[in-house]
Design a protein around this ligand. Sequence first.
Ligand code: IVH
Length: 668
Amino acid sequence: MDLQMAELKINEIKSLLNQYGYDYYVLDKPSVPDAEYDKLMNELLELEEKFPALKTSDSPTVRVGGAILDLFEKVEHRTPMLSLGNAFNEQDLRDFDRKIRQTVGEDFSYVCELKIDGLAVSLRYEDGLFVQGATRGDGSIGEDITANLKTIHSVPLRLRETVSIEVRGEAYMPKRSFELLNKVREERGEELFANPRNAAAGSLRQLDPKIAASRKLDVFLYGIGNPEAIEVGAHSEGLHYLDHLGFKTNKERQTCATIEEVLEYVNGWVEKRPNLPYEIDGIVIKVDSLEQQAVLGTTAKSPRWAIAYKFPAEEVVTTLLDIELSVGRTGVITPTALLEPVKVAGTTVQRSSLHNEDLIREKDIKIGDKVVVKKAGDIIPEVVNVLADQRTGNEVDFHMPTHCPECESELIRLEGEVALRCINPKCPAQIREGLIHFVSRNAMNIDGLGEKVISQLFAEKLITDVADIYKLTREQLLALERMGEKSVTNLLKAIEASKANSLDKLLFGLGIRHVGAKAAKTLAQQFHSMGQLAQASKEELVAVDEIGDKMADSIVSFFEQDEAQDLIQELVTVGVNMEYKGARPVSAEESDSVFAGKTVVLTGKLEQLSRNEAKERIEALGGNVAGSVSKKTHLVIAGEDAGSKLAKAQELGIEVWDEEKLLVELNK
Ligand code: IVH
């Protein structure tokens, strides 16, 4: 066979395999016997082996898994992957509905979907070709797991149109695959996965794509990351379009006109949930119209147009065996309940934070008690209450110690706080926890430097402060337990890469009291470099939105300490970046545009700009786009068919522009 013939043959087999694969994996309707599919696949594998030049990145043979990776590259999401606010009961859902109606009026509908319990993924297609797949990560930066995602048969390698699109969805492990996987692992004496979600996440985090290929994962796509690039007006149309492109979407979705219908859908699934072939942990409720979604907007973390209803948590009874104490990064002493291991909502629980002594008193917890345990938000185990009537008399009262369990300094209860603290700045436990915080995901995000490795390095005195992390040598790391050549190489790479992190990550990592991840970002945006922040006065700090007195005091006193200055100097010396890398927002005062500091409302249909574009451009010029007209509104932009908002603006005497005038001002 010559090259040309082979190419024809390969294309013919590929298109058959794609069709059969689509029927089987996406539509769940096999169109040929498995043996026929396997025969064609083998034929294709052979042809590609003979004519390697003809092997393409979208060949069905890539599903078997390609070369082993060294590490997962980081991927910056083009649009952030947000998470959802939660509703735990009917009232939460009614509150959500009320707020929506307050903003967009009565004329709208919801789409209800199953909340698949897996792992959020983003798939990027260019001209119809699957080019990159990533995990959610921290929402802005995820990990490139393209090779693993290609092994999932329902992830199309090529779409039915040559579009460039980013789609979002949930990769998951069907219940049956999970049971089979654990059965095999049990037979081999391997550790079992606690639940399908962990198994899916664990499989997609394997550097060897052949392992992911063997795990029988699946995916449901539920959204478009760049809807403005696609001509759809509603979420439901977007899902249709995804079906049309060849994606697998979940067919249990339903449009609901009212919150009553939503509640009916939710309650129906509480009953039907156990019969599904995959795990769900709730229901997602979304406003359908994209225009209304844009009006509702998003908070920093989640959209205001959607909410996740979480099914009630499972509760179980177990025995509280003992209470253990630990010292946190800020010196707070936390009591933790050690429980007789028990299965709750899919995982085995044996520890649960009791937070502080007041809570122990309030719940009247004694060592040896029978306790009710649940997982709050289905993740963090919590002792709900004590079964006091089952006491035998052998239970023992618990008292907090007077001295630090780690350094033996006297513990202090600060005014207005419930927590007991160790205030010895040299307390080894606090230093160790500070180091663990520095490398954690929302801080410097150094993969491979987890709690265990840090604890070892600290115990061996190889690191005493965060700058020491950057001085670690290959030999020192190789001498640690369970560290081979490959993990050391990866770890050194990750440490090196973290030097380039933006200032906000570093600021958060330093663990300045009261400065959380969000405040760190605000500070970095505002002051731009460590040097400028270090010189900021309290007045300059509190002048920044979201920075209060307490935080400002804490920042000033942090930078006054000689130790802090020395540490920063050392970090500079080892090459850690001290600058903010994101875009700086235009403050209202700085912007000399007419939109600066103005509250603008968009209404009616715009011809030349999408709602989102208009909003983004007004905001970029220092304006603030709101959803409803009030006395505080400065300006209303009225497109075609503008309705009640325009009437209200006229009633209140607010300035009204048409789209043309808007464009003129935006382009000035
Ligand atoms: S929509 C901006 N729809 O639930 C809204 N999420 O915090 C993006 N999830 O991990 C989410 N099923 O991956 C949406 N039908 C569904 C979903 C769903 C599962 C996951 C999502 C994320 C979490 C939401």
